[in-house]
Design a protein around this ligand. Structure first.
Ligand code: PXG
Length: 288
């Protein structure tokens, strides 16, 4: 059976699911999105993702033409229609169909798309990274807490990682402090403490990041949110990246330097082991 894609309230077969070339999401990247995981027939932290989508919408001054409950129902309906038990949901809201010119008033109604696809688990899979020369967009230019359709900044960093023959890129802020990876937040372990850049840094307020902080409290691991420097990254005992798609992935090499002993560190391992049990508690069931 072909995948069914939700487009503005309708479930359409994959090859019939289309958006106008006049949509400002396509023309200008004018829109927002969420990436959400499905585990064991349940949607992980659905409410948190829906809340973040509406916050992103507010930041870019876009009014989603559905209330939160209805949109949440439509997400569940799309997953159910596809019979998906494990996978990934991409929820996209654009400014809508307009004409040439940036003016968002030309767009009558935002477009809403929900795509669900199978996705493998990446939990625990090690990564090699570089520090990218492309800096994370500062909040003075684009509010980093809005998960917008403008990912070119991150894509340039990703291209740099690919050219360097590694898996991922860590981006710095304009002052040279660690910000985040191209689609993941960054944690390090140093002095026996788990550390991550604060929410005031130019980073996305990751839902996995929040889950890590939550799990650390449950496991009695001390967590500090503070600015991190490049040398702290180079000399960290452990580093991991976290995000919806990546889950929790240990970083074993940064700019050619081996992290710790080159294996998954003990605190990262503890969090990875706890993750599946933690997920269980935050699943919205899709199949009753
Ligand atoms: N930072 C950025 C810039 C992100 O885009 C995260 C952190 C992690 O947030 P969550 O809420 O997922 O823990 C993200 C989100 C992909 C992909 O295909 C991943 C994201 C965005 C776009 C694509 O891997 N991650």
């Amino acid at each position: 059976m072909s995948l069914l894609v939700y487009v503005n309230g309708q479930l359409l077969p994959k090859d019939k699911a289309c958006i106008s070339v006049f949509d400002h999401g396509f023309l200008y990247g004018d829109g927002i999105f969420e990436g959400i995981r499905v585990y064991k027939g349940g949607i992980f932290k659905l409410k948190e993702h829906i809340d973040r989508l509406y916050r992103s919408a507010k930041i870019i001054n876009l009014e989603i033409p559905l209330d939160k409950d209805d949109l949440q129902e439509d997400v569940i309906r799309t997953v159910r229609a596809n019979g998906l038990k494990e996978g990934y949901i991409r929820l996209v809201v654009t400014r809508g169909v307009g004409d040439m010119g940036l003016d968002p008033r030309k767009c009558e109604r935002p477009s809403i798309v929900i795509i669900v696809v199978p996705m493998p688990r990446y939990l625990g899979k090690p990564l090699r990274v570089i520090i990218s020369s492309t800096r994370r967009m500062p909040y003075q230019c684009l509010p980093p807490h809005a998960k917008t359709l403008n990912y070119l900044n991150n894509i340039l960093a990703k291209i740099e990682a690919i050219s360097a023959g590694v898996d991922e890129a860590i981006m710095l802020d304009l002052n040279g402090y660690v910000a985040e990876a191209t689609g993941e937040n960054v944690f390090i372990v140093k002095y026996g403490v788990l550390m991550t850049p604060p929410i005031t840094a130019p980073i996305l307020a990751g839902i996995t990041r929040e889950s890590i902080i939550d799990m650390s409290k449950e496991l009695g691991i001390p967590v500090v949110e503070r600015q991190l420097t490049i040398d702290e990254l180079y000399t960290a005992d452990e580093i991991f990246l976290c995000g919806t798609a990546s889950e929790i992935r240990p970083v074993i090499e940064v700019d050619g330097r081996i992290v710790g002993n080159g294996k998954t560190g003990p605190i990262t391992e503890k969090l990875i082991k706890h993750f599946d049990e933690y997920i269980q508690r935050y699943l919205t069931p899709v199949y009753g």
